[in-house]
Design a protein around this ligand. Structure first.
Ligand SMILES: NC(=O)c1ccc[n+]([C@@H]2O[C@H](COP(=O)([O-])OP(=O)(O)OC[C@H]3O[C@@H](n4cnc5c(N)ncnc54)[C@H](OP(=O)(O)O)[C@@H]3O)[C@@H](O)[C@H]2O)c1
Length: 288
């Protein structure tokens, strides 16, 4: 059997960003994205910097709010309330995780659902489950866009989603159900995991366990989307990133597969800006 086709998420994300740039330039109002960072977690600082840079590159306004680690819940909620009211802000993202003394659920609940570009508000989870227009979490949206581009119509395909987090597994399962896939959700209590995975035409791995999915778990010709990002020890005391799928083994069995890095990862920021564009169009449309 021929080697699997590698799905180039980096190239797709670059194309999507170009398209967003064109759409932004055609809008009468410049979309704005506010990103809130509390504390100085180094990884979060890098994410926020990259988000702000890409926001400006597509022609949107970027509002960065960096707050000290000791910021109180009341202060953070006051900032969110202000951003909810701010007409120049169409998207609000609070970088997670928040310092332990802050209540993340209450903070997310305070964001106007129509500006919730991370798609984490329960109203948006409910809209997704009910098939209503809302804002979908960025990584699942990225997976869906890649799958649609590769497969087109997914009606009737068997999809197995490994992982059931609110951030990744559950929204992906809802999106695939809306595409008329027959969806199985698997998790840490699932029995006969390899056998269930072997039934998948589309296999989504979002577990956070390095290379857990082996080549013989994959149906020949299946499309494999590897959401996992795991840092593992490499040669000479270095580290490297691997996914939740044993990529080398999967290459010989799958029909298509996303690499790690360069697969789903680059889609996440692009989808954040896609969501900001969607939010801006809806908010400005409703103001007319
Ligand atoms: N590409 C991106 O931009 C991006 C974005 C977000 C996340 N990620 C990556 O995606 C992965 C998943 O993220 P997450 O936030 O969804 O993680 P999470 O909240 O830790 O959820 C992991 C899920 O995997 C399941 N699981 C864990 N061990 C398992 C096992 N041995 N067998 C079967 N299922 C198992 C868990 O089951 P239970 O529910 O039963 O515990 C849980 O539902 C991580 O590697 C993360 O770094 C990537």
């Amino acid at each position: 059997m021929a080697e699997a086709r590698i799905i180039d998420g980096k190239a797709f994300a670059a194309k999507l960003l170009l398209q967003i740039t064109g759409d932004v330039s055609a809008m009468p109002v410049q979309p704005g994205l506010a990103v809130v960072l509390v504390g100085d977690d180094p990884a979060s600082r890098v994410y926020v910097r990259n988000k702000a840079k890409t926001t400006v590159e597509v022609g949107m306004r970027s509002f960065e709010h960096r707050l000290p680690a000791e910021t109180s819940q009341v202060e953070l909620l006051a900032l969110i309330a202000g951003l909810n009211e701010d007409r120049a802000v169409h998207g609000i993202l609070v970088q997670l995780p928040l310092p332990a003394h802050l209540d993340s659920a209450a903070v997310i609940a305070a964001i106007d659902p129509d500006k919730d570009v991370d798609g984490l508000h329960v109203i948006n989870a409910g809209r997704l489950a009910a098939g209503l227009p809302g804002l979908v979490p960025c990584t699942p949206l990225g997976c869906l866009l890649l799958l649609k581009d590769e497969l087109g119509d997914m009606s009737g395909l068997n999809a197995v989603v490994l992982g059931r987090s609110n951030l990744v597994g559950k929204p992906i399962a809802q999106l695939l159900l809306a595409e008329n896939c027959t969806v199985t959700m698997a998790h840490s209590r699932t029995k006969n995991l390899p056998e269930i995975c072997r039934g998948a035409d589309i296999l989504i791995a979002a577990v956070g366990r390095p290379e857990m999915v082996r080549g013989d778990w994959i149906k020949p010709g299946a499309t494999v989307i590897d959401v996992g990002i795991n840092r593992v020890p490499a040669e000479a005391g270095k580290t490297k990133l691997v996914g939740d799928v044993a990529f080398g083994e999967a290459l010989g069995v799958a029909g298509r597969i996303t690499p790690v890095p360069g697969g789903v990862g680059p889609m996440t920021i692009a989808c954040l800006l896609q969501n900001t564009l969607t939010a801006a169009k809806r908010i400005e449309g409703a103001r007319k």
